[in-house]
Write a protein that binds this ligand. Structure first.
Ligand SMILES: [Zn+2]
Length: 212
């Protein structure tokens, strides 16, 4: 379990690998929001627990409502701002290219007040891509032989900065899923196995008071 509290307003957030010993169970599904992820750009606003189909990002201002996304090499991104709630995004290369992060940031009143945590994902050490994917992210390609590699964290951070987040507000975990399969599930590393990482985030109430 990787937990953090990077900003007032975020009651809880983190990443949990599948089958880790000694980890606490995930909170009650009755208070959780699940997404039917499709590598798209739709971002929903959640008012209560339940499943939201065909959606790759979710925001809420409801204290204690647990947002979740599932990944296995794709990048989970947590957004949080004091008094403006939290968001959670499933961002693989398709979603990043299509603008899912920009769509999520647009859900918040003040992008400049947001903080972001870029979670574990397949790193530039391991994310080997074909020329058609590399061509979409020229700013984040690392030339390697025989095939180029892409840095999804760099892509996401650049998109968030362009959307108005201060550079110092963007926290990159730098944890490659494929290099850390003892902790986290990797789609590529497992040959397409069924495991997932669950990223979660919930807004708190105390932060509203702190910022008032
Ligand atoms: Zn790696």
């Amino acid at each position: 379990m990787l937990r953090f509290d990077p900003v007032p307003g975020l009651a809880e957030g983190g990443f949990r690998g599948r089958g880790l010993r000694g980890d606490p169970p995930l909170p009650d599904p009755a208070v959780a929001v699940r997404l039917g992820q499709v590598h798209g750009v739709r971002v929903a606003a959640a008012e209560g627990a339940g499943s939201i189909p065909e959606t790759d990002g979710v925001v809420t201002r409801v204290p204690g409502l647990l947002l979740t996304v599932r990944t296995a090499d794709c990048l989970p991104v947590i957004l949080a701002a004091p008094k403006d709630g939290v968001g959670l995004v499933h961002a693989g290369w398709r979603g990043l290219a299509a603008g899912v992060l920009e769509a999520a940031v647009a859900r918040f009143a003040r992008p400049g007040a947001l903080r972001a945590v870029l979670g574990p994902a397949i790193g530039p050490c391991c994310f080997e891509v074909g020329p058609e994917v590399a061509a979409r992210f020229p700013e984040a390609v690392r030339p390697r032989r025989p095939r180029p590699h892409v840095d999804l964290w760099a892509v996401a951070a650049a998109r968030l900065r362009a959307a108005g987040l201060p550079p110092e507000a963007i926290h990159v975990s730098g944890i490659c899923t494929r290099c850390h399969q003892h902790l986290l599930h990797s789609h590529r590393g497992s040959g397409g196995g069924p495991g997932r990482i669950v990223a979660f985030a919930a807004a708190g109430t105390s932060a509203h008071e702190q910022e008032a």
